[in-house]
Design a protein around this ligand. Structure first.
Ligand code: BYC
Length: 474
């Protein structure tokens, strides 16, 4: 697992021993750099950014900090070390040795999973490309760039798998990763949430909390895969993903904290007065939460999915923390309750557990989201303010699956279409909300300074203070 850091493409997969693969990836590299320059963080080519670069997959080596110009970031290919004697942990091949090559019968399914996962990574960079122009602090700006570079690396991770294991169609898929673009009417990104805009930093914090968290759960279930190169790739990606969610959890927390401070200073809960003081009122935060949570729930796919059942049975994509679950890991005879929308009502329906694996993953995700929301609520309580942020009902504002046709309030009440139209702006960010939040987006990038609507972080990065010069603009 030695890391070759001096290679054109840093890697711990022995690229130098496979000249063909190395050449293929080296010929993809310029397209990637061109894409980064065109659709990556706008106008940042000369910035020196205090970034973490992975130089090894060991605990002490993957977090190596220093100033880097982003187009020169050492995007590499890193996989977690193999576990000797690892067996396929679930499905009909359970207990057999893991595969180190793609089994012919699962080639199309595996490619589809890898392409879907890979497509999200550059999509998020595209969505965030203008945020650097309005960062609320230098610390936040640096964190944004860190996330962008790591999403770029995650694209490399998936492109490596496509090139190394899927021959010519894999190379074509790798090209396509740079041709589809977020929000492009003709060639959109594959999944809905990755075609939404991230026009402001509140949306960004919500995105890193809710949408990156989908990444955590999807990557965790791919990290269980019987196709060992995919499992090991995802295991290492998860170490980076944790930082992205940290940005979301603490980012929203800092917005909540600032709002509460302003409410207490002014002794008011009047949204107009809070906004006039340059902070974001709690009901607006709730509407942003409702939006990002609901579009992220869609990313788990259909509630009842034969594709997901087939992926599971084939041993390609497992459940979250598969090995910690106490059951037969085959699921043929299991029964699970799934909340469905049928005949105009919401009801729990029994399905074979295999068909319900998407929904189980969504359940685990909901539980994880609630932990973050409860933390924010504790902060509100500490400020002695009576307000609770809530996750809306899982059927609220959905576009994929059983609830796509339904109109459901955040409380879970089924309503008619015209009631939905009337309530819409109460539940989701209105045009005015968005305009207000965007009006707050002004760059605040002197070291130690921070915008009016967000509190400073508890501590800085890599042991540095908040006022460290995390980005040098040159
Ligand atoms: N939007 O795959 P199937 C991350 C469509 S995030 C639009 O059987 P199933 C990250 C689908 O295209 C993690 N369309 O769906 C986070 C297909 O249409 P066609 C990303 C959707 O079983 C932040 C049909 O439904 N990883 O890493 O429902 C920043 C059925 O397709 C959507 C993965 O997603 C949607 N949301 O499962 C950066 C893991 N959902 O082709 C990165 C890999 C479904 O029949 N993907 N459709 O017309 C999967 O496991 C599955 O594809 C899904 C969907 C769970 C996404």
């Amino acid at each position: 697992m030695a890391v070759d850091l001096n290679a054109k493409i840093p890697n711990n997969v022995g690229l130098a021993d496979d000249r063909r693969l190395q050449r293929a990836l080296e010929s993809w590299q310029p397209s990637f750099i061109n894409w980064w320059k065109e659709l990556g963080p706008e106008g940042t080519e000369n910035y020196d950014v205090y970034l973490r670069t992975a130089i090894s997959v060991e605990a002490e080596g993957w977090a190596n900090f220093g100033y880097v110009k982003m187009p020169e970031y050492r995007w590499g290919i890193f996989v977690a070390p193999p576990i000797e004697g690892r067996k396929i942990p679930f499905g009909e091949h359970r207990g057999q040795p893991v595969w180190n090559e793609v089994p012919g019968e699962y080639r199309a399914s595996l490619r589809r999973l890898i392409v879907t996962q890979g497509d999200t990574e550059p999509a998020s960079v595209e969505q965030q490309r203008l945020l650097g122009l309005t960062a609320p602090s230098l610390y936040d700006l640096r964190n944004l760039f860190q996330v962008n570079c790591e999403e770029g690396r995650h694209l490399w991770a998936m492109v490596y798998l496509l090139h190394a294991y899927f021959g010519r169609d894999g190379r074509e898929e790798a090209e396509m990763m740079l041709q589809r673009h977020s929000g492009d009417a003709d060639k959109p990104r594959i999944l809905g949430a990755f075609n939404e805009e991230t026009p402001d930093w509140l949306s960004y914090f919500m995105f890193t909390f809710f949408t990156d968290r989908d990444g955590k759960f999807q990557l965790s279930s791919l990290a269980e895969s019987g196709f060992d190169p995919l499992a090991r790739t995802c295991q290492f990606m998860l170490t980076e993903e944790a930082h992205h969610m940290f940005i979301g959890t603490t980012g929203v927390m800092r917005v909540v904290t600032r709002t509460c401070e302003v409410m207490n200073e002014l002794r008011t809960d009047d949204p107009e007065k809070i906004r006039a003081a340059g902070a974001i009122d709690l009901p607006t935060l709730q509407r942003y939460l409702n939006f990002h949570y609901s579009v992220s729930l869609d990313l788990f796919g259909q509630e009842v999915s034969t594709n997901a059942a087939n992926y599971y049975t084939a041993g390609l994509k497992g459940r979250f923390e598969e090995s910690k679950i106490d059951d037969d890991h085959v699921l043929k005879d299991g029964v699970d309750k799934v909340t469905m929308f049928e005949d105009g009502v919401i009801k729990d329906v029994d399905f074979n557990s295999l068909l319900a694996v998407n929904e189980r993953l969504r359940d685990d995700y909901v539980t994880d989201c609630q932990i973050g929301v409860s933390r924010w609520n504790k902060a509100i309580k500490r400020h002695k303010i009576e307000f609770e942020l809530k996750l809306p009902h899982r059927g609220f504002h959905r576009s994929i699956g059983t609830f796509a046709e339904a109109n459901i309030t955040p409380e879970g009440k089924v309503i008619l279409k015209d009631e939905w139209e009337k309530g819409h702006d109460q539940w989701l960010p209105s045009k005015e909300d968005r305009e207000f939040v965007i009006s707050l987006q002004k760059p605040c990038t002197d070291p130690g300074k921070i915008a009016s609507w967000v509190a400073p972080p508890g501590r800085g990065i890599d042991g540095h203070a908040f006022d460290y010069e995390y980005v040098k603009f040159n």
